[in-house]
Design a protein around this ligand. Structure first.
Ligand code: SF4
Length: 298
C-alpha cells in the first residue's frame, strides 16, 4: 500500500513542489487547489476513492506472488486483507460503513471492488509480467527549481532493450473521445520525471481503466516532454501569481458535486476560511497515503 512521501526538513519551509494530483487540482479549480494544498482542509473519505486505494493495493501485492499464482482468485483473496490494512493506516475510512449494521453495504462495496480486480485479468496477464517497480516514488527538481514528484503505479522494463513502460491503473472509465490527451497529462508528468532522473524517455505510457475495461496507450518523445515541462512551468507561475494576489478563483464544473469544500465555496454561497499565515504552496506531502480523492482520481 502506498506510503507517505519521504519527509525532509525542507518540507517545513516553502518549497516549490508539484505532483500530478495537485497540478490537476489547479487546472480543475484554483480554489480547490488552495483548499487542498494551502489550507490543507481535511476531506471525508468516499466509497469510490477508498475502493480505488484498495484495488491499487491488491494489484501491487499481486506481483509479490510467484507468476503462476497470480490468478483472479488469489487477487480477490487479497481484497479483504488490504481493506483491513487500510483501516489500520486510515481509521477514518471506517466512517464509510458506520451505519452499515448488518454488513450489507460493505459486502456490496467489496463486490464492486472484486469486479474491478477481476476485470484487470481481461486486460493483462500478470503471469507474464515482471514489473521493475511498483508504487514507485519519483522526484526530480527542474532547472527552474520546481520539484516534481509523485507515485508511479508500475514501471516495466523490457528485457534486452531496457525500454520503460509506465503503467497507471484507474478504477473509473476511460475518457470520452477527445479527452484522452488530458488524461495522459499525469503520465507525461511521470515520463518527464523519469526522463530527468534516468536520461531515458519512457517508450510507452499506459493507462489501464478497470471501470470500462480499456487501455489507453501513448508513445511520448522528447518534444512532448519538453512541452510538458513548459506547461508545468507556466502552471507554477499561475500558482505563484495566485499566492501573491490571494486571488483563488472558484471554477465551477460538474466536478463540484464531488468537492468536499462546496459549503465554503463562494460559487455556492460559501465563504472560504482566512488564508493561513505564511501560506505557500507545495510545502506538504500531497501524495500521502490518503484514499484517492474522487472518482476522477481513482
Ligand atoms: S465547489 Fe467547485 S468551484 Fe467550488 S472549490 Fe469546489 S471544485 Fe472549486
Amino acid at each position: 500500500m502506498r506510503t507517505a512521501a519521504p519527509t525532509t526538513v525542507e518540507e517545513s519551509a516553502f518549497r516549490l513542489t508539484l505532483s500530478p494530483s495537485r497540478a490537476s487540482d489547479f487546472m480543475t479549480c484554483p480554489l480547490l487547489y488552495r483548499f487542498r494544498t494551502i489550507d490543507r482542509l481535511p476531506e471525508r473519505p468516499s466509497p469510490e476513492a477508498t475502493r480505488g486505494t484498495v484495488v491499487h493495493a491488491v494489484l501491487e501485492r499481486l506481483f509479490d506472488l510467484p507468476p503462476a499464482e497470480r490468478t483472479p482468485e488469489q487477487a480477490v483473496a487479497l481484497l479483504y486483507p488490504q481493506w483491513e490494512e487500510l483501516l489500520e493506516v486510515e481509521p477514518e475510512v471506517a466512517t464509510l460503513f458506520e451505519d452499515d449494521t448488518d454488513g450489507t453495504a460493505l459486502r456490496g462495496w467489496l463486490a464492486s471492488a472484486e469486479e474491478l480486480v477481476r476485470r484487470y485479468f481481461s486486460l493483462e496477464d500478470p503471469t507474464r509480467l515482471e514489473p521493475a517497480e511498483r508504487e514507485l516514488y519519483v522526484e526530480t527538481t527542474l532547472d527552474s527549481g520546481l520539484c516534481l514528484r509523485g507515485y508511479v503505479d508500475r514501471l516495466d522494463r523490457a528485457p534486452g532493450t531496457g525500454a520503460l513502460r509506465v503503467v497507471d491503473y484507474k478504477t473509473g472509465n476511460a475518457p470520452r473521445e477527445g479527452f484522452e490527451q488530458r488524461a495522459m497529462f499525469q503520465m507525461r508528468f511521470y515520463a518527464l520525471v523519469l526522463w530527468r532522473l534516468h536520461g531515458q524517455v519512457p517508450k510507452l505510457l499506459q493507462l489501464i481503466y478497470l471501470g470500462s475495461g480499456e487501455i489507453l496507450r501513448y508513445e511520448p518523445d522528447e518534444a512532448d516532454l519538453r512541452a510538458t515541462e513548459r506547461k508545468l512551468a507556466a502552471l507554477w507561475r499561475a500558482i505563484e501569481r495566485a499566492v501573491e494576489s490571494g486571488d483563488w478563483r472558484p471554477k465551477p464544473t460538474r466536478m463540484c458535486d464531488w468537492c468536499n469544500h462546496k459549503a465554503l465555496c463562494p460559487a455556492y454561497g460559501g465563504t472560504p476560511p482566512p488564508l493561513p499565515e505564511n501560506a505557500g504552496p507545495g510545502n506538504g506531502t500531497d501524495e500521502a497515503p490518503s484514499p484517492r480523492m474522487s472518482p476522477v482520481d481513482a
